[in-house]
Design a protein around this ligand. Sequence first.
Ligand SMILES: NC(=O)c1ccc[n+]([C@@H]2O[C@H](COP(=O)([O-])OP(=O)(O)OC[C@H]3O[C@@H](n4cnc5c(N)ncnc54)[C@H](O)[C@@H]3O)[C@@H](O)[C@H]2O)c1
Length: 443
Amino acid sequence: MNDLADRIEDRDAVVGIVGMGYVGLPLAHAFWECGFRVLGFDIDAEKVEALQDGRSYIKHIPSDQVAEMRRGDRFAATTDFSRLGETDAILICVPTPLTEMREPDLTFLQRTAEQMQPHLRQGQLVVLESTTYPGTTRDVLRPILEGGGLAAGEDFLLAFSPEREDPGNPDFTTRTIPKVVGGFDEASRHAACALYGACVERVVSVGSLEVAEATKLTENIYRAVNIALVNELKVIYGRMGIDVWEVLEAAGTKPFGFGRKENKTFFTPGPGLGGHCIPIDPFYLTWKAREFGLATRFIELAGEINTSMPDFVVQALMVALNDRGKAVRGAKVLVLGLAYKPDVDDMRESPSIVLIEKLRALGADVAYNDPHIPRTPRQREHDLRMESLPLSEKTLADQDAVLIATSHSDYDYAWIVAQSRLVIDTRNATAEVTEGRERIVKA
Ligand SMILES: NC(=O)c1ccc[n+]([C@@H]2O[C@H](COP(=O)([O-])OP(=O)(O)OC[C@H]3O[C@@H](n4cnc5c(N)ncnc54)[C@H](O)[C@@H]3O)[C@@H](O)[C@H]2O)c1
Protein backbone atom coordinates (compact mmCIF):
# COMPACT_ATOMS: atom_id res chain seq x y z
CA MET A 1 0.00 0.00 0.00
CA ASN A 2 3.11 2.21 -0.12
CA ASP A 3 2.03 2.91 -3.62
CA LEU A 4 -0.70 5.18 -2.24
CA ALA A 5 1.81 7.36 -0.38
CA ASP A 6 3.74 7.87 -3.62
CA ARG A 7 0.57 8.67 -5.53
CA ILE A 8 -0.39 11.24 -2.87
CA GLU A 9 3.07 12.77 -2.99
CA ASP A 10 2.94 13.00 -6.78
CA ARG A 11 -0.71 14.22 -6.78
CA ASP A 12 -1.55 11.16 -8.88
CA ALA A 13 -4.03 9.90 -6.32
CA VAL A 14 -7.71 10.38 -7.20
CA VAL A 15 -9.84 11.56 -4.30
CA GLY A 16 -13.48 10.44 -4.24
CA ILE A 17 -15.89 12.35 -2.04
CA VAL A 18 -19.22 10.74 -1.24
CA GLY A 19 -21.89 13.28 -0.22
CA MET A 20 -21.40 16.66 -1.90
CA GLY A 21 -23.17 18.81 0.70
CA TYR A 22 -22.05 21.57 3.04
CA VAL A 23 -19.04 19.48 4.03
CA GLY A 24 -18.27 17.49 0.88
CA LEU A 25 -18.23 20.36 -1.60
CA PRO A 26 -15.67 22.55 0.25
CA LEU A 27 -13.58 19.43 0.85
CA ALA A 28 -13.66 18.63 -2.87
CA HIS A 29 -12.54 22.18 -3.59
CA ALA A 30 -9.69 21.92 -1.07
CA PHE A 31 -8.30 18.73 -2.64
CA TRP A 32 -8.77 20.11 -6.14
CA GLU A 33 -6.92 23.27 -5.13
CA CYS A 34 -4.03 21.11 -3.88
CA GLY A 35 -3.65 19.52 -7.29
CA PHE A 36 -5.57 16.26 -6.88
CA ARG A 37 -8.09 14.84 -9.29
CA VAL A 38 -11.42 14.82 -7.45
CA LEU A 39 -14.57 12.85 -8.17
CA GLY A 40 -17.70 13.88 -6.27
CA PHE A 41 -20.44 11.30 -5.69
CA ASP A 42 -23.99 12.06 -4.64
CA ILE A 43 -27.38 10.36 -4.89
CA ASP A 44 -28.99 13.74 -5.55
CA ALA A 45 -29.01 14.01 -9.36
CA GLU A 46 -29.85 17.74 -9.21
CA LYS A 47 -26.72 18.51 -7.21
CA VAL A 48 -24.59 16.42 -9.56
CA GLU A 49 -26.08 18.17 -12.58
CA ALA A 50 -25.41 21.59 -11.01
CA LEU A 51 -21.79 20.67 -10.30
CA GLN A 52 -21.29 19.29 -13.79
CA ASP A 53 -22.68 22.58 -15.14
CA GLY A 54 -20.26 24.54 -12.93
CA ARG A 55 -22.93 25.82 -10.54
CA SER A 56 -22.91 25.92 -6.75
CA TYR A 57 -26.03 25.32 -4.62
CA ILE A 58 -24.44 26.55 -1.39
CA LYS A 59 -24.55 30.29 -0.84
CA HIS A 60 -21.09 30.80 0.61
CA ILE A 61 -19.45 28.70 -2.13
CA PRO A 62 -19.51 30.84 -5.26
CA SER A 63 -20.49 29.27 -8.56
CA ASP A 64 -17.26 30.72 -10.00
CA GLN A 65 -15.35 28.33 -7.78
CA VAL A 66 -17.23 25.31 -9.11
CA ALA A 67 -17.01 26.60 -12.69
CA GLU A 68 -13.25 26.98 -12.28
CA MET A 69 -12.99 23.42 -10.97
CA ARG A 70 -14.95 22.16 -13.96
CA ARG A 71 -12.82 24.01 -16.52
CA GLY A 72 -9.93 21.57 -16.32
CA ASP A 73 -10.21 17.79 -16.27
CA ARG A 74 -9.54 17.33 -12.56
CA PHE A 75 -13.08 17.58 -11.19
CA ALA A 76 -16.31 15.83 -12.04
CA ALA A 77 -19.44 14.85 -10.16
CA THR A 78 -21.46 11.71 -10.70
CA THR A 79 -24.29 9.54 -9.39
CA ASP A 80 -22.55 6.46 -10.81
CA PHE A 81 -20.98 4.63 -7.88
CA SER A 82 -19.18 2.17 -10.13
CA ARG A 83 -16.75 5.06 -10.74
CA LEU A 84 -15.54 4.61 -7.15
CA GLY A 85 -13.16 2.09 -8.69
CA GLU A 86 -11.28 5.04 -10.26
CA THR A 87 -10.48 6.54 -6.87
CA ASP A 88 -7.55 5.92 -4.54
CA ALA A 89 -9.14 7.49 -1.46
CA ILE A 90 -12.84 7.77 -0.61
CA LEU A 91 -13.96 10.37 1.91
CA ILE A 92 -17.50 9.89 3.22
CA CYS A 93 -19.45 13.08 4.09
CA VAL A 94 -23.07 11.93 4.25
CA PRO A 95 -25.67 13.09 6.81
CA THR A 96 -25.84 11.56 10.27
CA PRO A 97 -29.11 12.91 11.73
CA LEU A 98 -31.28 11.72 14.62
CA THR A 99 -34.45 9.67 14.25
CA GLU A 100 -37.78 11.03 15.46
CA MET A 101 -37.03 9.28 18.77
CA ARG A 102 -33.77 11.27 18.92
CA GLU A 103 -31.54 8.27 18.39
CA PRO A 104 -28.64 8.07 15.88
CA ASP A 105 -29.87 7.54 12.34
CA LEU A 106 -27.05 5.86 10.44
CA THR A 107 -29.15 4.83 7.46
CA PHE A 108 -27.41 7.31 5.11
CA LEU A 109 -24.04 5.95 6.15
CA GLN A 110 -25.14 2.33 5.90
CA ARG A 111 -26.61 2.90 2.44
CA THR A 112 -23.43 4.64 1.34
CA ALA A 113 -21.30 1.73 2.58
CA GLU A 114 -23.54 -0.76 0.76
CA GLN A 115 -23.19 1.25 -2.46
CA MET A 116 -19.42 1.41 -2.02
CA GLN A 117 -18.79 -2.19 -1.11
CA PRO A 118 -19.02 -3.79 -4.61
CA HIS A 119 -16.55 -1.21 -5.98
CA LEU A 120 -14.01 -1.32 -3.18
CA ARG A 121 -10.61 -2.46 -4.35
CA GLN A 122 -7.21 -3.42 -2.96
CA GLY A 123 -5.14 -0.56 -1.58
CA GLN A 124 -7.93 2.02 -1.37
CA LEU A 125 -8.19 4.33 1.62
CA VAL A 126 -11.67 4.92 3.07
CA VAL A 127 -12.16 7.78 5.52
CA LEU A 128 -15.38 8.56 7.34
CA GLU A 129 -15.85 12.30 7.99
CA SER A 130 -19.48 12.31 9.16
CA THR A 131 -20.00 13.06 12.84
CA THR A 132 -20.94 9.98 14.82
CA TYR A 133 -20.53 8.05 18.08
CA PRO A 134 -17.28 6.24 18.96
CA GLY A 135 -17.26 2.78 17.40
CA THR A 136 -19.16 3.61 14.19
CA THR A 137 -16.21 3.29 11.81
CA ARG A 138 -15.07 -0.01 13.33
CA ASP A 139 -18.43 -1.62 14.13
CA VAL A 140 -20.85 -0.23 11.54
CA LEU A 141 -18.89 0.92 8.48
CA ARG A 142 -16.15 -1.72 8.47
CA PRO A 143 -18.41 -4.85 8.47
CA ILE A 144 -20.43 -3.56 5.52
CA LEU A 145 -17.32 -2.69 3.53
CA GLU A 146 -15.78 -6.07 4.38
CA GLY A 147 -18.92 -7.85 3.11
CA GLY A 148 -17.34 -8.16 -0.34
CA GLY A 149 -14.39 -10.19 0.99
CA LEU A 150 -11.75 -7.46 1.42
CA ALA A 151 -10.46 -6.89 4.96
CA ALA A 152 -9.66 -3.55 6.58
CA GLY A 153 -5.99 -3.21 7.39
CA GLU A 154 -5.07 -6.05 5.04
CA ASP A 155 -6.72 -5.14 1.74
CA PHE A 156 -7.92 -1.60 2.24
CA LEU A 157 -7.15 1.22 4.66
CA LEU A 158 -9.72 2.69 7.01
CA ALA A 159 -9.69 5.92 9.01
CA PHE A 160 -11.92 8.48 10.70
CA SER A 161 -11.31 12.21 10.37
CA PRO A 162 -14.07 14.50 11.59
CA GLU A 163 -15.20 17.41 9.53
CA ARG A 164 -14.87 20.75 11.30
CA GLU A 165 -16.47 22.97 8.69
CA ASP A 166 -17.88 26.28 9.96
CA PRO A 167 -20.00 27.44 7.01
CA GLY A 168 -19.89 31.16 6.39
CA ASN A 169 -16.95 31.81 8.71
CA PRO A 170 -14.50 33.87 6.64
CA ASP A 171 -11.64 33.40 9.13
CA PHE A 172 -11.14 29.69 8.44
CA THR A 173 -11.20 27.46 5.39
CA THR A 174 -11.10 23.69 5.06
CA ARG A 175 -7.36 24.01 4.53
CA THR A 176 -6.60 26.13 7.59
CA ILE A 177 -8.66 24.16 10.13
CA PRO A 178 -6.47 21.43 11.70
CA LYS A 179 -7.59 17.92 10.78
CA VAL A 180 -7.81 15.21 13.44
CA VAL A 181 -7.09 11.72 12.10
CA GLY A 182 -7.46 8.28 13.70
CA GLY A 183 -6.72 5.03 11.87
CA PHE A 184 -7.94 1.44 12.05
CA ASP A 185 -4.28 0.44 12.14
CA GLU A 186 -0.92 2.13 11.76
CA ALA A 187 -0.87 1.90 7.97
CA SER A 188 -4.36 3.41 7.73
CA ARG A 189 -3.49 6.26 10.08
CA HIS A 190 -0.31 6.92 8.16
CA ALA A 191 -2.05 6.99 4.78
CA ALA A 192 -4.87 9.26 5.99
CA CYS A 193 -2.37 11.65 7.60
CA ALA A 194 -0.41 11.75 4.35
CA LEU A 195 -3.52 12.51 2.32
CA TYR A 196 -4.78 15.31 4.55
CA GLY A 197 -1.24 16.54 5.18
CA ALA A 198 -0.94 17.18 1.44
CA CYS A 199 -3.83 19.57 1.64
CA VAL A 200 -4.44 21.04 5.11
CA GLU A 201 -2.02 23.10 7.15
CA ARG A 202 -2.00 20.87 10.22
CA VAL A 203 -2.87 17.22 10.81
CA VAL A 204 -3.44 16.05 14.38
CA SER A 205 -2.86 12.33 14.51
CA VAL A 206 -4.60 10.46 17.34
CA GLY A 207 -4.25 6.92 18.66
CA SER A 208 -7.47 5.30 17.42
CA LEU A 209 -10.62 5.65 15.35
CA GLU A 210 -12.60 6.04 18.56
CA VAL A 211 -10.47 8.94 19.88
CA ALA A 212 -11.03 10.78 16.60
CA GLU A 213 -14.79 10.07 16.73
CA ALA A 214 -14.99 11.20 20.37
CA THR A 215 -12.99 14.37 19.62
CA LYS A 216 -15.66 15.66 17.27
CA LEU A 217 -18.47 14.87 19.71
CA THR A 218 -16.56 16.56 22.53
CA GLU A 219 -16.19 19.77 20.53
CA ASN A 220 -19.91 19.96 19.90
CA ILE A 221 -20.90 18.90 23.42
CA TYR A 222 -18.67 21.69 24.74
CA ARG A 223 -20.53 24.20 22.60
CA ALA A 224 -23.99 22.87 23.47
CA VAL A 225 -23.27 22.98 27.22
CA ASN A 226 -21.74 26.46 27.14
CA ILE A 227 -24.57 27.84 25.04
CA ALA A 228 -27.02 26.36 27.56
CA LEU A 229 -25.10 28.06 30.35
CA VAL A 230 -25.36 31.52 28.83
CA ASN A 231 -29.00 30.88 27.94
CA GLU A 232 -29.74 30.04 31.56
CA LEU A 233 -27.88 33.17 32.69
CA LYS A 234 -29.99 35.18 30.24
CA VAL A 235 -33.16 34.00 31.97
CA ILE A 236 -31.81 34.60 35.49
CA TYR A 237 -30.23 38.01 34.82
CA GLY A 238 -33.24 39.04 32.78
CA ARG A 239 -35.50 38.45 35.75
CA MET A 240 -33.11 40.58 37.85
CA GLY A 241 -33.21 43.39 35.30
CA ILE A 242 -29.59 42.81 34.29
CA ASP A 243 -28.63 42.71 30.59
CA VAL A 244 -26.83 39.40 30.05
CA TRP A 245 -25.15 40.59 26.83
CA GLU A 246 -23.56 43.50 28.65
CA VAL A 247 -22.38 41.13 31.38
CA LEU A 248 -20.86 38.72 28.86
CA GLU A 249 -19.14 41.51 26.92
CA ALA A 250 -17.59 42.71 30.16
CA ALA A 251 -16.61 39.21 31.31
CA GLY A 252 -15.09 38.59 27.87
CA THR A 253 -12.50 41.28 28.46
CA LYS A 254 -10.76 38.99 30.98
CA PRO A 255 -7.56 37.95 29.23
CA PHE A 256 -7.60 34.39 30.65
CA GLY A 257 -10.07 31.81 31.96
CA PHE A 258 -13.10 33.09 30.01
CA GLY A 259 -14.12 32.70 26.37
CA ARG A 260 -12.87 35.46 24.11
CA LYS A 261 -14.41 36.84 20.95
CA GLU A 262 -11.05 37.03 19.18
CA ASN A 263 -10.55 33.29 19.23
CA LYS A 264 -14.23 32.35 18.84
CA THR A 265 -14.55 30.85 22.29
CA PHE A 266 -17.21 33.32 23.30
CA PHE A 267 -20.72 31.97 23.73
CA THR A 268 -23.83 34.10 23.36
CA PRO A 269 -27.47 33.45 24.25
CA GLY A 270 -30.09 33.03 21.56
CA PRO A 271 -33.57 31.74 20.74
CA GLY A 272 -32.40 28.11 20.78
CA LEU A 273 -29.88 25.86 19.09
CA GLY A 274 -29.70 25.46 15.36
CA GLY A 275 -27.74 23.84 12.59
CA HIS A 276 -26.87 20.34 11.67
CA CYS A 277 -24.38 19.76 14.48
CA ILE A 278 -24.89 21.24 17.94
CA PRO A 279 -28.55 20.23 18.49
CA ILE A 280 -27.88 16.71 17.22
CA ASP A 281 -24.38 15.40 17.76
CA PRO A 282 -24.31 15.41 21.59
CA PHE A 283 -27.17 12.89 21.56
CA TYR A 284 -25.00 10.46 19.63
CA LEU A 285 -22.93 10.16 22.79
CA THR A 286 -26.02 9.99 24.99
CA TRP A 287 -27.21 6.98 23.01
CA LYS A 288 -23.83 5.22 23.09
CA ALA A 289 -23.31 5.94 26.80
CA ARG A 290 -26.51 4.00 27.59
CA GLU A 291 -24.81 0.84 26.34
CA PHE A 292 -22.31 1.37 29.17
CA GLY A 293 -25.04 2.03 31.75
CA LEU A 294 -24.18 5.73 31.91
CA ALA A 295 -26.27 8.87 31.67
CA THR A 296 -24.92 12.01 29.98
CA ARG A 297 -26.39 14.46 32.47
CA PHE A 298 -24.69 17.64 31.24
CA ILE A 299 -25.85 16.90 27.70
CA GLU A 300 -29.43 16.22 28.77
CA LEU A 301 -29.57 19.35 30.93
CA ALA A 302 -28.07 21.50 28.17
CA GLY A 303 -30.60 20.04 25.73
CA GLU A 304 -33.44 20.82 28.12
CA ILE A 305 -32.36 24.45 28.60
CA ASN A 306 -31.60 25.07 24.94
CA THR A 307 -34.87 23.56 23.71
CA SER A 308 -36.83 25.69 26.19
CA MET A 309 -35.48 28.91 24.64
CA PRO A 310 -38.14 29.30 21.91
CA ASP A 311 -40.81 29.12 24.67
CA PHE A 312 -38.94 31.79 26.61
CA VAL A 313 -38.92 34.04 23.53
CA VAL A 314 -42.60 33.43 22.77
CA GLN A 315 -43.47 34.24 26.39
CA ALA A 316 -41.50 37.51 26.19
CA LEU A 317 -43.31 38.37 22.96
CA MET A 318 -46.71 37.63 24.53
CA VAL A 319 -45.94 39.81 27.55
CA ALA A 320 -44.70 42.67 25.35
CA LEU A 321 -47.84 42.48 23.19
CA ASN A 322 -49.98 42.28 26.31
CA ASP A 323 -48.32 45.45 27.64
CA ARG A 324 -49.51 47.10 24.43
CA GLY A 325 -53.06 45.81 24.89
CA LYS A 326 -52.69 43.18 22.20
CA ALA A 327 -53.20 39.41 22.23
CA VAL A 328 -50.84 37.16 20.32
CA ARG A 329 -53.90 35.61 18.60
CA GLY A 330 -54.40 37.65 15.46
CA ALA A 331 -51.18 39.64 15.99
CA LYS A 332 -49.00 40.20 12.94
CA VAL A 333 -45.50 38.96 13.69
CA LEU A 334 -42.56 39.18 11.29
CA VAL A 335 -39.65 36.86 12.04
CA LEU A 336 -36.33 38.24 10.77
CA GLY A 337 -33.85 35.52 9.87
CA LEU A 338 -34.72 31.92 9.16
CA ALA A 339 -31.17 30.58 8.84
CA TYR A 340 -29.75 29.09 12.03
CA LYS A 341 -26.85 31.54 12.06
CA PRO A 342 -25.93 34.84 10.41
CA ASP A 343 -25.20 35.13 6.71
CA VAL A 344 -25.80 31.51 5.70
CA ASP A 345 -28.68 29.96 3.75
CA ASP A 346 -28.94 26.84 5.91
CA MET A 347 -32.12 26.57 8.00
CA ARG A 348 -31.67 23.01 9.25
CA GLU A 349 -32.79 22.72 12.88
CA SER A 350 -33.14 26.51 12.99
CA PRO A 351 -34.95 27.79 16.10
CA SER A 352 -36.80 30.20 13.79
CA ILE A 353 -38.81 27.23 12.51
CA VAL A 354 -39.88 26.34 16.05
CA LEU A 355 -40.70 29.98 16.78
CA ILE A 356 -42.88 30.22 13.67
CA GLU A 357 -44.69 26.98 14.47
CA LYS A 358 -45.30 28.00 18.09
CA LEU A 359 -46.56 31.45 17.14
CA ARG A 360 -48.83 30.00 14.46
CA ALA A 361 -50.22 27.53 17.01
CA LEU A 362 -51.10 30.50 19.23
CA GLY A 363 -53.03 32.09 16.37
CA ALA A 364 -50.49 34.74 15.32
CA ASP A 365 -50.33 35.80 11.69
CA VAL A 366 -46.65 35.01 11.04
CA ALA A 367 -44.45 36.06 8.13
CA TYR A 368 -40.69 35.95 7.74
CA ASN A 369 -37.91 37.74 5.95
CA ASP A 370 -34.54 36.22 5.19
CA PRO A 371 -32.34 37.65 2.43
CA HIS A 372 -30.68 34.23 2.06
CA ILE A 373 -33.80 32.04 2.00
CA PRO A 374 -36.37 33.34 -0.54
CA ARG A 375 -38.78 30.48 0.17
CA THR A 376 -38.83 27.68 2.72
CA PRO A 377 -37.64 24.33 1.40
CA ARG A 378 -39.49 21.17 2.38
CA GLN A 379 -37.63 19.51 5.25
CA ARG A 380 -37.86 16.07 6.74
CA GLU A 381 -39.89 17.20 9.76
CA HIS A 382 -41.17 20.62 8.69
CA ASP A 383 -42.87 22.15 5.71
CA LEU A 384 -43.60 25.81 6.42
CA ARG A 385 -44.54 26.66 2.80
CA MET A 386 -43.65 30.32 3.21
CA GLU A 387 -41.99 32.98 1.08
CA SER A 388 -39.74 35.72 2.38
CA LEU A 389 -41.66 38.98 2.75
CA PRO A 390 -39.70 41.86 1.21
CA LEU A 391 -38.72 44.43 3.82
CA SER A 392 -40.16 47.90 3.40
CA GLU A 393 -41.24 50.70 5.69
CA LYS A 394 -44.84 49.63 5.16
CA THR A 395 -44.17 45.92 5.85
CA LEU A 396 -42.49 46.78 9.12
CA ALA A 397 -45.07 49.36 10.16
CA ASP A 398 -47.83 46.82 9.49
CA GLN A 399 -46.46 44.39 12.09
CA ASP A 400 -47.51 44.20 15.70
CA ALA A 401 -44.09 42.76 16.45
CA VAL A 402 -40.82 42.17 14.62
CA LEU A 403 -38.85 39.26 16.03
CA ILE A 404 -35.10 39.21 15.33
CA ALA A 405 -34.20 35.52 15.32
CA THR A 406 -30.97 35.60 13.26
CA SER A 407 -28.63 38.59 13.17
CA HIS A 408 -27.82 38.68 9.45
CA SER A 409 -25.31 41.42 8.72
CA ASP A 410 -27.37 42.65 5.75
CA TYR A 411 -30.01 44.08 8.07
CA ASP A 412 -30.02 47.76 8.96
CA TYR A 413 -31.13 47.43 12.55
CA ALA A 414 -31.51 51.18 13.22
CA TRP A 415 -33.86 51.42 10.24
CA ILE A 416 -35.78 48.31 11.35
CA VAL A 417 -36.30 49.70 14.85
CA ALA A 418 -37.28 53.11 13.45
CA GLN A 419 -40.09 51.57 11.34
CA SER A 420 -41.38 49.01 13.84
CA ARG A 421 -43.82 49.28 16.70
CA LEU A 422 -42.20 46.54 18.76
CA VAL A 423 -38.93 44.65 18.23
CA ILE A 424 -38.15 41.44 20.11
CA ASP A 425 -34.38 41.01 19.86
CA THR A 426 -33.06 37.53 20.68
CA ARG A 427 -29.52 38.21 19.41
CA ASN A 428 -28.59 41.60 20.83
CA ALA A 429 -28.52 42.74 17.21
CA THR A 430 -29.87 46.17 18.18
CA ALA A 431 -27.10 46.85 20.72
CA GLU A 432 -25.81 49.84 18.73
CA VAL A 433 -29.24 51.31 17.96
CA THR A 434 -29.74 54.54 19.89
CA GLU A 435 -33.16 55.80 18.67
CA GLY A 436 -36.40 54.05 19.66
CA ARG A 437 -34.92 51.82 22.36
CA GLU A 438 -38.26 51.89 24.20
CA ARG A 439 -39.65 49.74 21.38
CA ILE A 440 -36.98 47.03 21.85
CA VAL A 441 -37.45 44.03 24.15
CA LYS A 442 -34.49 41.70 24.54
CA ALA A 443 -35.39 38.05 24.93
N1 LIG B 1 -22.69 21.36 7.86
C1 LIG B 1 -21.74 21.51 8.75
O1 LIG B 1 -21.39 22.62 9.10
C2 LIG B 1 -21.00 20.34 9.36
C3 LIG B 1 -19.88 20.60 10.14
C4 LIG B 1 -19.18 19.54 10.69
C5 LIG B 1 -19.62 18.26 10.49
N2 LIG B 1 -20.72 17.99 9.73
C6 LIG B 1 -21.09 16.61 9.55
O2 LIG B 1 -20.79 16.23 8.21
C7 LIG B 1 -21.75 15.30 7.73
C8 LIG B 1 -22.38 15.82 6.45
O3 LIG B 1 -23.07 17.04 6.75
P1 LIG B 1 -23.46 18.09 5.64
O4 LIG B 1 -23.84 19.33 6.37
O5 LIG B 1 -22.43 18.18 4.57
O6 LIG B 1 -24.77 17.40 5.03
P2 LIG B 1 -25.53 17.77 3.67
O7 LIG B 1 -26.94 17.29 3.83
O8 LIG B 1 -25.26 19.18 3.28
O9 LIG B 1 -24.80 16.87 2.59
C9 LIG B 1 -24.86 15.50 2.55
C10 LIG B 1 -24.90 15.06 1.12
O10 LIG B 1 -24.84 13.64 1.11
C11 LIG B 1 -25.69 13.18 0.07
N3 LIG B 1 -26.00 11.79 0.33
C12 LIG B 1 -26.89 11.26 1.19
N4 LIG B 1 -26.86 9.92 1.13
C13 LIG B 1 -25.93 9.59 0.21
C14 LIG B 1 -25.45 8.37 -0.30
N5 LIG B 1 -25.92 7.20 0.09
N6 LIG B 1 -24.48 8.44 -1.24
C15 LIG B 1 -24.01 9.62 -1.68
N7 LIG B 1 -24.43 10.81 -1.23
C16 LIG B 1 -25.38 10.79 -0.31
C17 LIG B 1 -26.87 14.13 0.11
O11 LIG B 1 -27.59 14.13 -1.10
C18 LIG B 1 -26.16 15.46 0.38
O12 LIG B 1 -25.81 16.12 -0.82
C19 LIG B 1 -22.73 15.08 8.89
O13 LIG B 1 -22.31 13.99 9.63
C20 LIG B 1 -22.56 16.34 9.70
O14 LIG B 1 -22.90 16.13 11.05
C21 LIG B 1 -21.43 19.02 9.16
